[in-house]
Each structure stands twice: as C-alpha cells, then as structure tokens.
Ligand binder design. Structure first.
Ligand SMILES: C[S@@+](CC[C@H](N)C(=O)[O-])C[C@H]1O[C@@H](n2cnc3c(N)ncnc32)[C@H](O)[C@@H]1O
Length: 355
C-alpha cells in the first residue's frame, strides 16, 4: 500500500454544477457548511457506484440533499437536533408541505400563554415582538403532524439564523445593525419566507430516506454502499464548538425542553455537547474508530487544510482501512462565524475517497 500523500495537479477535479434543486437549497450560515463544495462532491459521487448513502455529520443538510437529488437512498445524521430537524423536513420528507392555513395557524395568537423565550432572552438577540412570535408559534407547533412540525421548526430556526449578524448567537446586542434587510425584518416575515424556501425544497426521489439524531460513532454501519463524513475538525486556534455558536437554534428546535441553560452566561447558552472530533487530543482516535467502523463502505471524507491532524495523518488513518485512497484538492473559502480574520481565511478543502 502506498502511504505517500500526493496533492499534485492530478488530484484536482473539474468543478461541476451542483444538481439544480441543490443550487436552490435554503441556506443557513453554518460553520463548515459545504454549499460551495457540493459541485465538486457531486462530481466525485457521480464517478462512484453506490445506491445507499449515509451523511453522518449532516449540518445544514445540503450534502444529504444533493445525494437525494442524485436519486440515492439517503440517511442523514447529526448529533444536534436542529440540523436533524432541517434534514427531516427536506431530506426524509418527500411530499408534505406547510400550506397557507398552516402558516396562518402558526402566525396566530399564543394558544397557551407560554412566554419562556420572552422571559429568558429579554434584551438578547431579538426585539420583544420576535420573542413573542416564537413563543406563540411554539404554542401551535406540537399540534401539527410530524413533517409539518419539522418544517415549522426548521423555518423558525432558519428565520432566527438569518436575523443574526453572521448567523451566530455569540453576540448579545440585538441592536447591532449593519443595514442588512434581514436584521430589520420582523421574525414572523422571515419565518414566512423560510417556509416558502423549505416548501420549495421538498421533493420525492422515490426512495425511503431517513434521518437520525445521534453520535456518528454509534450508528449501525451496515447497509451503506457509501458514507460521507464531514466532522467538526479541530482548528489549530479557536474551536469548533457548534453549541457555543448555535445554542439558540438548538434550544429553539426543542423549545429548550430537556436542556439546561447556563444562567451565569451573558448569552444564556446551553451546555456544550462533547464530541471527540472537535478536540486535538481526541480527534485522531475518533477518526480511526470511524474509519474502522465503516470500513465496509466507500468512505468520502471532507477535510480542510487548517485542521488538526494534518492531511498526511488523515490519509494514513484512512489507508489503514481502505485499499485505495484518492485525494482531491479544492480551494475553498470558509465562512466562520466569530471573528473577522477567521472569516476571510482562505483554506484548501480536501476530499478523500477511500475504496
Ligand atoms: C462541518 S459540520 C457539517 C457540515 C455539513 N456537511 C454541511 O454541509 O452543512 C459538522 C457537523 O457535525 C456535527 N457533529 C459533531 N460531532 C458529531 C458526532 N459525534 N456525531 C454526529 N454529528 C456530530 C455537528 O453538529 C455539525 O453539524
């Protein structure tokens, strides 16, 4: 087995377009999301023979959705609830929409007088009328059938993310205003737009697509011809803590039921969810375990050049389980949430394919 990693010209791939529906996938500014890489991934996927695929770290859901559009049977998984809810709404769900009556119902007055969001987040993130809207919408959500409920929650999360500067919930001053329309638009209007975007994304590919919400290392590895991994690599500086940035969306997706708010924090965030992929000291072992667990499937792995461990190590870990490993290089600009320097950092994106 050749363990030398050659990232030369022969590894570059010709960018294709993302499949047409995927190009219109409802966007959420999500750390590490692969919107811009999807055309390359689709090119790689179309050169591989597979029918049933797993996206084990689905995040925004865009890669699982592209696989769905390519006609595959897809399982999308994320250990956070809000990404799983978005995926259930548009990857698992193939035909249910929110119609005008559903939207009117979701916009109607608070059914049970709940005010958890208004009380807990007073003065944070959004003006009080937006908090009141979210409480009221949630007073209706549990009365909806399954996929309509997922669509409604996904639309709330999308609207809330779109109204945050840089899409993250680390800034507590909602008066921050860079003039962008979304930051000034009432959340209920953004919600209606998000419903429209999500409704448009719903389609049936004739397959039994599924979504789960759990640790990738606990998933049953059987029955996947191909697995796609895009874990939250540890950057050399900073961290890749999704809860720190998206705690409000994670809480909103379950109305904070079963979650503990850290009351002493200015951002009123919830507790971190440990994942071995986000830490330099645990990621090597976690990747090795992941590759071993899914060794019987074709493994496609996204990886960025400013991560720990380095490409060579990732290559070797994959080559320990798979006979043939190819590496594709794509120049890629990441959208990070928290600091301006990080936002503009240009990093290379690699796609490893182990067969
Ligand atoms: C880099 S993002 C994935 C981005 C996604 N491919 C996209 O295009 O939007 C990594 C995701 O892994 C999830 N995650 C972290 N640890 C996990 C674990 N142990 N099991 C499953 N998901 C995990 C995070 O919640 C996050 O959504």
């Amino acid at each position: 087995m050749d363990l030398s990693l050659d990232l030369g010209a022969d590894s570059a791939i010709v960018p294709l377009e993302a499949p047409p529906r995927t190009q219109r996938y409802p966007r959420l500014r999500y750390m590490g999301s692969k919107y811009r890489v999807v055309p390359h991934l689709a090119g790689i996927f179309s050169d591989l023979r597979f029918d049933r695929a797993l996206d084990a770290f689905s995040g925004s859901g865009v890669v699982a959705y592209a696989l769905k559009e390519m006609g595959k049977e897809v399982v999308a998984n994320d250990f956070l609830t809000f990404p799983s809810t978005v995926a259930r709404a548009v990857v698992e769900n193939g035909s249910t929409l929110l119609d005008r009556h559903d939207v009117e119902y979701l916009l109607s007055p608070n059914e049970d007088g709940r005010d958890f969001i208004a009380r807990t987040f007073a003065g944070l993130y959004f003006p009080s009328e937006d908090h009141a809207f979210l409480d009221a919408a949630w007073s209706h959500v549990d009365r909806l059938p399954a996929y309509q409920r997922d669509l409604a929650i996904a639309a709330m999360c999308l609207a809330a993310a779109r109204k945050q500067p840089r899409g993250v919930f680390t800034i507590t001053d909602f008066r921050y205003d860079d003039g962008r329309r979304n930051l000034r638009t009432p959340l209920r209007e953004l919600f209606v737009e998000a419903v429209r975007d999500l409704n448009r994304a719903v389609f049936d590919n004739g397959r039994d697509n599924r979504v789960s919400c759990g640790d990738a290392l606990s998933l049953d590895p059987d029955g996947f011809d191909l697995v796609y991994f895009d874990p939250p690599y540890a950057p050399p500086r900073d961290d890749s803590d999704y809860i720190k940035r998206y705690h409000f969306l994670e809480g909103l997706s379950v109305y904070w039921r079963g979650l503990k708010i850290m009351e002493e924090t200015a951002t009123k965030k919830i507790e971190k969810r440990f994942t071995p992929f986000a830490y330099k000291r645990t990621i090597r072992h976690a990747l090795a375990e992941l590759f071993h667990r899914f060794r019987n499937s074709t493994i496609v792995l996204s990886y960025s050049s400013n991560s720990v461990p380095g490409q060579q190590e990732v290559y070797e870990a994959l080559a320990a389980e798979k006979e043939h490993v190819d590496v594709h290089t794509i120049p890629h600009r990441y959208s990070f949430g928290t600091h301006a320097a990080a936002q503009r950092r240009v990093v290379d994106e690699y796609i490893f394919v182990g067969r």
